[in-house]
Design a protein around this ligand. Structure first.
Ligand SMILES: Cc1cc2nc3c(=O)[nH]c(=O)nc-3n(C[C@H](O)[C@H](O)[C@H](O)COP(=O)(O)O)c2cc1C
Length: 356
C-alpha cells in the first residue's frame, strides 16, 4: 500500500457529513499504514454543539466513511482513540492492513452521492425492504424507530415548528445562523450554500437582509411575524412531505467520547444505507439538542422563557415518541424519495484539511 492510496481514501472520507459543514477534523498521513485524525469541536461558539457531541458524531461518521473507503482498496482498517481524556481535541489513529480477500463495502458507492435534502420530498411510503434496511443499519447498540403515518408526520411538524421558534428567537443562535449560510451560492466548501437551505429565492433575499443584524431579526420576529415564512418552508412542509421520521436511540446511555463516536458511525451507516436505497435524508437535530439542554437543566439563553419552551418541547417530544424522560435520543431525521438536490455543501480541498 502506498501513501497515494491513503490520499485516495482521505479524498473520499472528507465527504462525511458534519453539523453545518464545519468539517471538525484535520488529517496527517503518519506512514503508509496509518492516518491520524485530529478532531476538534465548536462548542465554544456554536450553541448547537452541545458539549461537542454533534462534532463527536461527525467524527464517527468520518471514521466509518474512512473504513468503507478503505474496503474499496482491499484494505481493512481499525481506529482507536489516542486521547481518551480529551474530548475537545480528540486524536484518532486509523491503521490499515492489506487484505486481498476483502470485499468492497456495499455502501462504498454512496459516499460521494449522499447529501442532505432540506426541501419537501415525496410522501410515497417506505417499502418493507427500505424499512428493514434502515432498522438493520442501526446495528446492535442502537435502535431505529420510524414514524410514518400522516398523523405522526403532522405531530412531528408541530414539534419542529415549536423547536424552530426557539431557534429563531434565541439571540445565542443568531451568530451561528449568520455565519453558516453562504448567500447566493449553489455550492459551499465550508458552509451551507443558500440554495441548499430550502427556502425560495424571495425568502432567501429577505433572510439575507434581515440577518445583517440582530436588531433587524428581533424587530421582524416581534412585529412582522418574521419566523413564520422560514418556519413554514424549513420545518412545517418538509416534516409533512416525507416518507418517515427516524429516531435513533442508544441502547446504553452515552457516557464517554467513544459512545458518541460510535453513534456517529451508526448515523453514517444509516444515512449511506438510505442513499443506497434511493432515499434522501435530512437530520433535524434541534429538538434533540434543546431536549439535551432542557433535561440537563442547562439554561442556554439569556432570553427569559426559552428554557421553559425547551422543557415543554422535551415533554412533547417524549409524549410523541412514547419515551420516558430519562431515555436517550441520539439522532433525529426525516427520509423520503426526491430528486438529487441541485445545490449542496462541498468540502474544503484535501490540502487545506491536512494538519499544518
Ligand atoms: C451531527 C449532525 C447534525 C446535523 N444537524 C442538521 C440539522 O439539524 N439540520 C439540517 O438541515 N442538517 C443537519 N446536518 C447536516 C449537515 O448540515 C450537512 O451534513 C453538512 O452541511 C454537509 O452537507 P452534505 O451532507 O450535503 O454533504 C447535520 C449533520 C450532522 C453530522
Amino acid at each position: 500500500m502506498s501513501s497515494d492510496t491513503l490520499t485516495h481514501i482521505l479524498e473520499l472520507a472528507r465527504w462525511a457529513p458534519s453539523g453545518d459543514n464545519t468539517q471538525p477534523w484535520r488529517f496527517e498521513i503518519v506512514n503508509d499504514k496509518q492516518i491520524r485524525v485530529y478532531g476538534n469541536d465548536t462548542r465554544e461558539h456554536i450553541l448547537y454543539d452541545y458539549d461537542g457531541h454533534p462534532s463527536h458524531i461527525a467524527h464517527g461518521a468520518l471514521l466509518e466513511t474512512m473504513r468503507i473507503a478503505a474496503s474499496g482498496f482491499a484494505l481493512a482498517s481499525q481506529w482507536t482513540i489516542s486521547s481518551p481524556n480529551d474530548d475537545r481535541n480528540p486524536i484518532y489513529d486509523v491503521r490499515f492492513e492489506s487484505n486481498p480477500t476483502m470485499v468492497r463495502d456495499p455502501l462504498f458507492n454512496s459516499i460521494e452521492v449522499r447529501t442532505v435534502q432540506r426541501r419537501p420530498m415525496r410522501t410515497s411510503p417506505l417499502t418493507n425492504h427500505q424499512r428493514k434496511a434502515l432498522t438493520d443499519a442501526a446495528g446492535t447498540n442502537f435502535s431505529v424507530e420510524l414514524f410514518e403515518s400522516l398523523d405522526d408526520r403532522i405531530r412531528i411538524a408541530k414539534l419542529l415548528w415549536h423547536s424552530a421558534k426557539i431557534r429563531l428567537i434565541c439571540p445565542e443562535a443568531y451568530p451561528v445562523h449568520k455565519d453558516i449560510i453562504e448567500w447566493r451560492a449553489r455550492y459551499s466548501k465550508d458552509r451551507i450554500p443558500e440554495q441548499a437551505v430550502g427556502v425560495d429565492p424571495a425568502t432567501a433575499r429577505l433572510m439575507e437582509w434581515v440577518m445583517e443584524s440582530w436588531e433587524r431579526v428581533n424587530f421582524f420576529n416581534r412585529y412582522l411575524m418574521g419566523t413564520v415564512a422560514p418556519r413554514i418552508q424549513l420545518d412545517l412542509l418538509p416534516a409533512i412531505c416525507c416518507a418517515a421520521h427516524l429516531l435513533v436511540k442508544p441502547k446504553h446511555k452515552p457516557a464517554e467520547l467513544i459512545d458518541w463516536v460510535n453513534l456517529g458511525v451508526t448515523v453514517q451507516r444509516i444515512w449511506l444505507t438510505a442513499t443506497r436505497e434511493g432515499l434522501h435524508l435530512q437530520p433535524q437535530m434541534t429538538p434533540i439538542i434543546f431536549r439535551w439542554y432542557a433535561r440537563a437543566g442547562r439554561h442556554f439563553s439569556k432570553e427569559p422563557g426559552l428554557f421553559d419552551l425547551a422543557l415543554k418541547l422535551a415533554s412533547n417530544f417524549e409524549r410523541l415518541v412514547q419515551s420516558p424522560q430519562n431515555e436517550d435520543f441520539g439522532f433525529f431525521a426525516r427520509v423520503g424519495i426526491s430528486q438529487q438536490p441541485k445545490s449542496r455543501s462541498i468540502r474544503q480541498d484535501l490540502a487545506s484539511l491536512m494538519k499544518a
